[in-house]
Design a protein around this ligand. Structure first.
Ligand code: ADP
Ligand code: MG
Length: 254
């Protein structure tokens, strides 16, 4: 997935300025940087959620396998189906059963038309999300009854059930216990190779553990966010080229 010269506004306020980034297929890209520098806005632009915010505007292109998701002939629903999003706060349908939560995205996509196919998909998606063993005996119980960490993994299973090409994750572990965090990281590890993952995280250890590439966002006082530096995660942490990257990854600010 390629973001090409993305500029974003809320009203007259520019919050991202000509940000370009290639997120390599089947690999994990971490977006790091202090609060307010535009990471969430950038992520929302990658699956066309930004345009739902009143007053929001953008310029630039996002290409998935070469085609611009903002082209006139591209449907917003198509982008959403192939580009999933996980938020900081888990948002399962609380009254809906665990089983129905997992298949809730399937109706639009037309997959899972028979009970047998749905059963296989539910197990497969919950296994991929490292949640199957904890819920396999209570699939008919409400999603809202799970712990926060389990709810987040349920949301991941729901996203994976429609086989997205890209999974966007906005600080998915920042409200989770250490065990759920580890499970989510295992899931990301397993997705490598098949799914392109873009994850925003404030946890530098997590960025270091899970990502192949890393992009450091920064917005200087009263200026829009830009990418200061990006590259292989190892290089970003061990030998950053920019002093600001070095200061940030070593916890000297932000
Ligand atoms: P980050 O995720 O890096 O913390 P955000 O993308 O959330 O940054 O925010 C970037 C800038 O855009 C911030 O200054 C924020 O206040 C502003 N912003 C975010 N969402 C909105 C919105 N819905 N309306 C107006 N301004 C917003
Ligand atoms: Mg954010």
């Amino acid at each position: 997935m390629v973001a090409d010269s993305i500029t974003a506004w809320f009203g007259t306020r520019k919050v991202l300025d000509r940000v370009s980034l290639t997120m390599r297929k089947g690999e994990v890209t971490a977006l790091i940087g202090p609060s307010g520098c535009g990471k969430s806005t950038f992520l929302r632009i990658l699956n066309r959620m930004h345009e739902l915010v009143p007053s929001a505007a953008l310029a630039g292109e996002v290409r998935l396998d070469g085609s611009n998701i903002y082209a006139a002939d591209q449907r917003i629903t198509a982008a959403r189906r192939s580009i999933g999003m996980i938020f900081q706060k888990p948002n399962p349908f609380p009254a809906m059963s665990i089983y129905d939560n997992v298949v809730s995205g399937l109706k639009l996509s037309g997959i899972g038309s028979t009970r047998e196919i749905r059963d296989v998909l539910v197990e497969d998606s919950l296994r991929k999300a490292s949640l199957w063993d904890e819920v396999k005996d209570r699939l008919d119980q409400p999603g809202g009854g799970l712990s926060g960490g389990q709810q987040q993994r349920l949301c991941i299973a729901r996203s994976l059930a429609v086989s997205p090409r890209v999974l966007l994750m906005d600080e998915p572990c920042s409200a989770l216990d250490p065990t759920s965090t580890r499970r989510v990281e295992e899931t990301i590890e397993q997705l490598k190779g098949s799914t392109t993952v873009v994850i925003v995280t404030h946890n530098m250890q997590q960025a270091n553990r899970v990502s192949d590439d890393c992009a450091f966002f920064l917005a200087a006082q009263n200026t829009p966010g830009v990418i200061v530096e990006h590259g292989a995660t190892e290089a970003m942490f061990d030998r950053p080229r920019d002093q600001r990257t070095s200061d940030y990854v070593n916890g000297r600010f932000g």
